[in-house]
Design a protein around this ligand. Structure first.
Ligand code: AVI
Length: 342
């Protein structure tokens, strides 16, 4: 018997193709967002003490340079965190199961190449995986890669700047949400912003999280910290200077990389690594409608990377509204992975 086949009705009933990709961050194609970016960068460069948000590191080249940093000998956080996850993943999965969390929606904040989540997915068995990153093209390729490895997984890739807010679209499953924020990226927020961000995740009306799996770098000796941000090969220096190339693209400015030096130092009072770009000569940078002069030795502050103690992070998570907190660390106590349940 031949049944009449209504193709459009049939296709409406099919599950959405995976990976889906939702791009909420297109500063170079959306005129309004572009205007906001130009304004933000102009204000940042014209401030008496120039300081640019570290989110401007992550254009396509910046994301590749960051990936290279994570493989450097000096940059211990990535491999130390990976070691903690490897040793503790069964325990982590059991902790989630004990909390009654089954087939979660795993929301991977700052997913990058999605490698960390790929190692966890077989253990946490999520129903949906939501990689979120500001670098949309990089994320698109990475999400495809995850799909190849886990063909049955529902994947919703989100291109968004979550440092400006974490309003997730309706495509993201609202129940059993587990936020995954590895890599010590929370350390790139100032503590007050970090608290706000954690409060948002923990708020049942907003982030709707069951819990948060967080990787955070710990306070340690200054030499080791500074070497991690000023490697012998100069990859971190290139990553820092690439921010000026990205600004040139976004703003039409004329930064000359040869006139800038990479500086990384540990500010013990604030418990943070600071990265700066320092002008080697007196110079003037110009962009449409503006210019800014720098004295030799004057700096642009490009990043803070806060280092926590276990006690400090536990207190911050509690203050944000998380109730049950566990953590795992490496034998040197260089890095910690926290599970914080709402
Ligand atoms: C992404 N973030 C956690 C890195 C960090 O260690 O603060 C960024 C970075 N900056 C220089 N090296 C790595």
């Amino acid at each position: 018997m031949n049944l009449p086949l209504n193709i459009s009705a049939l296709s409406l009933q099919l599950p959405p193709a995976s990976p889906q990709f939702i791009d909420l961050y297109r500063p170079d194609s959306d005129a309004q967002a572009m205007h906001a970016t130009v304004q933000e960068l102009t204000e940042a460069l014209l401030a008496p003490a120039a300081a640019v948000s570290p989110k401007f590191f992550y254009n396509a080249l910046g994301s590749k340079l960051f990936e290279a940093i994570t493989g450097l000998d000096e940059y211990y956080p990535t491999r130390t965190e990976a070691g903690i996850f490897e040793a503790a993943r069964t325990h982590i999965a059991a902790t989630l199961a004990e909390a009654g969390i089954k087939q979660p929606c795993l929301i991977d904040l700052g997913a990058g190449n999605c490698a960390k989540a790929m190692a966890l997915i077989p253990h946490l068995q999520p129903r949906q995986y939501v990689p979120v990153d500001i670098s949309v093209d990089f994320l698109r390729d990475a999400a495809e890669q995850v799909q190849n490895n886990f063909p049955a997984l529902d994947i919703v890739g989100l291109g968004m700047d979550f440092s400006a807010g974490l309003a997730l679209p309706g495509e993201v499953q609202a129940h059993e949400r587990v936020f995954f924020y590895p890599g010590s990226s929370l350390g790139n927020f100032h503590p007050g912003q970090a608290l706000q961000f954690l409060e948002h995740i923990a708020d049942p009306a907003q982030g709707k999280a069951r819990g948060l799996l967080l990787g955070i770098d710990l306070v340690k000796d200054t030499a080791r910290l500074e070497a991690a941000y000023d490697d012998a090969l100069g990859v971190t220096g290139a990553f820092n200077k690439n921010l000026l190339l990205n600004i040139n693209d976004l703003l039409g400015s004329d930064f000359d990389l040869r006139q800038w030096r990479h500086v990384a130092l540990f500010n013990a009072r604030e418990s943070r690594i600071e990265m700066h770009l320092e002008a080697t000569d007196e110079l003037t940078v110009r962009w449409p409608g503006h210019e800014r002069s720098f004295q030799a030795g004057e700096r642009i502050h490009t990043e803070c990377s806060y280092k926590y103690t276990v006690q400090g992070m536990t207190a911050l998570l509690r203050q944000a509204g998380f109730r049950h907190i566990e953590y795992w660390t490496d034998p040197n106590s260089w890095f910690a992975v926290f599970w914080a349940a709402v």
